[in-house]
Design a protein around this ligand. Structure first.
Ligand SMILES: Cc1cc2nc3c(=O)[nH]c(=O)nc-3n(C[C@H](O)[C@H](O)[C@H](O)COP(=O)(O)OP(=O)(O)OC[C@H]3O[C@@H](n4cnc5c(N)ncnc54)[C@H](O)[C@@H]3O)c2cc1C
Length: 395
């Protein structure tokens, strides 16, 4: 098949690699003039690591990243309210640039073509799609187009006018800093004061562009978006004392940060889109089902989407059949993580004392109710489906 992919991110590159290796004629269209990732780090779950294994990238990914055995969340008074272990498996914190580079090398080696500086603004003829760029260029016709343009996708409205993608009122400042003593290894740690103060430290291993070749961590600070400009103007001088008062142990990390400009603001959307298709155009990854990052599943879902569409194209003779099979295979898994992320977000990022109380009471307690530990562990691993059951890797 001739396949066009919009977006050279996680979903786009993983899908391009799988499909081009199967012999399809794949073209990836990316709006940026240089292929590059944004942001500091993310947590790959056992589910995402299985996909990277299938793509032959797992051992290299593990070489760059940092093994995470558990999640540890405490209130500013030191009370543990989140204590989740992987048990027998592990997550992997990784610098976004490291993951991007590995996927990018695999994409280029697979024979997929890459067109940079091609911002898709419209699609013509959804049955035999052509992609139109901002500067008036055209690519096509394709048998199948995959829209992998991420949470802030502007193309998907043309596919489904009923799509909703509201911005969450809260976001986070993120940066990657050296962890010179490797003191933070093994755990994703978070500190909370109610739900209105949250910060975290995620070990992410080596950082491709850093002068320091040892381990790094991603450090994040949650904030309401309306406060962003004010906090930015006030600068690091005002922010550091607030961070240190809540979590004194982070001083060696904070001392690595020289200016507030070192932080990037991450915003997120809650994308609700049904159906994910129009004609022979299918939406994958964050473009179809972005959530807040509270459960750390977005990149993992994007990787699974990618490996699944490659499987469906392999199994079916035509693009419409492949899209139908994809929808059947993906909906219960994606629905679980969308609903759970939506329900949990106010417990971590809001001004609600009630939600913080419920979080502090029930998250640690979950392991003591029947199936509670099993459900939380399999949720964290990225394999739960609605209404009950577990995701399995396609053949
Ligand atoms: C703060 C934060 C923390 C997160 N932490 C985690 C975590 O710990 N674990 C986890 O699994 N996930 C995490 N996520 C989610 C994860 O980053 C996303 O789910 C993942 O990046 C989605 O991949 P994608 O390929 O769908 O989109 P992206 O990676 O966003 O890629 C989209 C690509 O499309 C390109 N593009 C956009 N529009 C166009 C266009 N019109 N034409 C051409 N190209 C276009 C973009 O330039 C980009 O290259 C986090 C997200 C945020 C914001």
């Amino acid at each position: 098949m001739r396949i066009g992919i919009i977006g050279c991110g996680i979903a786009g590159q993983a899908a391009a690699t799988g499909l081009a290796r199967d012999g399809h004629d794949v073209t990836v269209l990316e709006r940026s003039a240089t292929a590059r990732p944004l942001g500091a780090g993310l947590l790959l779950q056992p589910s995402g690591l299985l996909v990277l294994d299938r793509l032959g990238l797992r051992s290299e990914t593990e070489r760059w990243g940092a093994t995470i055995h558990a999640l540890d969340g405490r209130t500013v008074r030191g009370r543990r309210v989140l204590d989740l272990e992987y048990r027998g498996e592990h997550g992997l914190g990784i610098h976004r640039a490291a993951l991007f580079n590995l996927l990018h090398q695999a994409t280029l080696a697979s024979g997929a073509k890459l067109r940079l500086d091609f911002e898709v603004v419209a699609i013509e003829n959804f049955e035999r799609p052509w992609l139109l760029s901002k500067s008036g260029e055209r690519e096509g016709p394709f048998d199948l187009v995959l829209d992998c343009a991420g949470a802030h996708d502007t193309v998907r409205d043309a596919l489904n006018p009923r799509v909703r993608a509201p911005l969450y009122p809260w976001g986070a400042l993120w940066t990657a800093v050296p962890d010179r003593g490797d003191a933070w290894k093994g755990l994703l740690r978070q500190t909370y004061d109610g739900a209105s103060l949250m910060m975290g430290v995620l070990p992410i291993g080596r950082a491709p562009d850093s002068a320091f070749t040892g381990p790094h961590v991603a450090f994040f600070w949650s904030l309401p978006l309306v406060e962003y400009e004010r906090q930015k103007q006030a600068g690091l001088g005002a922010l550091k004392p607030r961070m240190l008062a809540a979590w004194p142990q982070i001083r060696p990390l904070i001392d690595e940060i020289a200016s507030i400009e070192q932080f990037a603001l991450a915003t997120y959307r809650d994308v609700v889109m049904r159906p994910w298709r129009r004609g022979n155009v299918l939406v994958l990854g964050d473009a179809a089902h972005a959530t807040s990052p509270q459960l750390g599943q977005g990149a993992n879902l994007a990787l699974i989407d990618a490996i699944t569409i490659a499987h469906c194209v392999r199994k079916c003779q035509t693009a419409p059949d492949a899209i139908d099979l994809y929808r059947r295979m993906r909906r219960a898994h994606i629905a679980y993580y969308q609903l759970t992320s939506r329900a949990l977000t106010p417990a971590f990022q809001s001004h609600s004392r009630v939600m913080a109380f419920l979080r502090d009471t029930f998250l640690v307690g979950a392991r003591y109710v029947p199936f509670g530990g099993y459900v939380t562990r399999t949720t964290l691993s990225g394999i739960r489906k609605l209404p009950w059951g577990l995701w399995q890797m396609p053949d």
